[in-house]
Write a protein that binds this ligand. Structure first.
Ligand code: R5P
Length: 329
């Protein structure tokens, strides 16, 4: 039996300890975050021969804060399942708080009922994560910030501008106008315009036929871009249709250079070919999604890492410091 006031019993109880685990979606990003935080990051996932996942977390999680890093990028359903099973394992292992750090939140574009008899997929995924044991979600430039309201738990959405701005400033753009490729991106464009103290803002008007998943076209624009450097900002580059149509439109209207900054490089279908053939001079994206070899090699594309942003967010969540004060630019 321990003596009543044996303080040694408590000597090893480090309340600040936390565990960083990663799924298989972006091991490089997880390693960079672990390095900055000076902590080991492990991936507890393997697959059975029939494709089912096996999760086995080695370290003790009892009463520890657990951070699960996993962008739910393609193959999106596999990566969501990895995250759900890691959360379930951590919950059953008595973690004190489970934070799902999801730099890219797949399905986020399916955020409302745009026609009858369709799901709100983004809300369904968030609910699945909470039901698996997640206590908090952290995202970067989530497509629809209203999604935070689809769960009762805290949802911290960080802004990729924290990571992208230094790279944009290095371009020394002149007579700069920040532009949004559609009306939904106006607030984001306005935020960049303020941070970069630009001459003005332009907004393109896009039409997307909801019967055809990936097809959009730029129909018009508000603002003046003639003889200006234009920085088009967007959250996601998927098929690249939105950004390429907008960039070509701006060039037709007399823009000198068209640069693009976006958080998430999905680059689906023939996106890279479209970008190569477009009027886009340079494109800056982050590594929320693990860049494929052909993306890394593309001469128009510069990739900046969100690892410092994620590491700082994790540190602040762990210590209870404000996130909005320092990280939500
Ligand atoms: C749409 O509202 C988003 O902000 C992006 O503009 C869109 O998802 C990009 O998709 P894509 O590259 O396929 O046109």
């Amino acid at each position: 039996m321990p003596r009543q006031n044996d303080n040694n019993l408590f000597a090893t109880l480090d309340k600040d300890e936390f565990i960083l685990l990663t799924g298989r979606a972006n091991l490089e990003l997880a390693a960079s975050v672990g390095k900055i935080l000076n902590t080991e990051v492990t991936c507890p996932i393997s697959s059975f021969s029939d494709g089912e996942l096996r999760v086995r977390i080695q370290p003790n999680l009892r009463r520890r804060m657990v951070f699960l890093l996993q962008p739910t990028s393609s193959p999106v359903n596999d990566h969501i399942m990895e995250l759900i099973l890691m959360a379930d394992a951590a919950k059953r292992a008595s973690a004190s708080e489970i934070t799902a750090v999801i730099p890219y939140f797949g399905y986020a574009r399916q955020d409302r009922k745009e026609m009858s008899r369709v799901p709100i997929s983004a809300s369904a995924i968030a609910t699945l994560l909470i039901n698996a044991g997640v206590d908090r979600i952290v995202t970067i430039d989530v497509h629809s910030e209203q999604l935070e309201g689809s769960i009762k738990q805290p949802w911290d959405n960080l802004f990729a501008s924290y990571s992208l701005l230094p790279a944009i400033k290095k371009l020394h753009l002149k007579d700069l106008v920040v532009a949004s490729p559609d009306k939904g991106g106006f607030l984001q464009a306005a935020a960049y315009a303020k941070l970069l103290q630009t001459e003005g803002i332009a907004i393109a008007y896009k039409q997307r036929d909801i019967a055809f998943n990936d097809v959009s076209n730029t129909l018009g624009m508000i603002g003046e871009v003639k003889d200006k450097d234009v920085l088009l900002v967007d959250d996601i580059i998927g098929t690249a249709g939105t950004i390429v149509h907008a960039a070509n439109f701006m060039k037709q209207k007399g823009a000198r250079n068209v640069l693009v900054a976006a958080a998430h490089g999905v680059f689906s279908g023939d996106a890279l070919q479209k970008i190569n053939a477009s009027g886009i001079n340079e494109l800056i994206i982050s590594d929320t999604i693990r860049p494929r070899e052909e993306v890394l090699k593309n001469k128009k594309i510069t990739i900046v890492s969100v690892a410092p942003l994620l590491a700082e967010a994790i540190r602040r969540i762990k210590t209870g410091e404000s996130i909005s004060k320092a990280l939500i630019l």
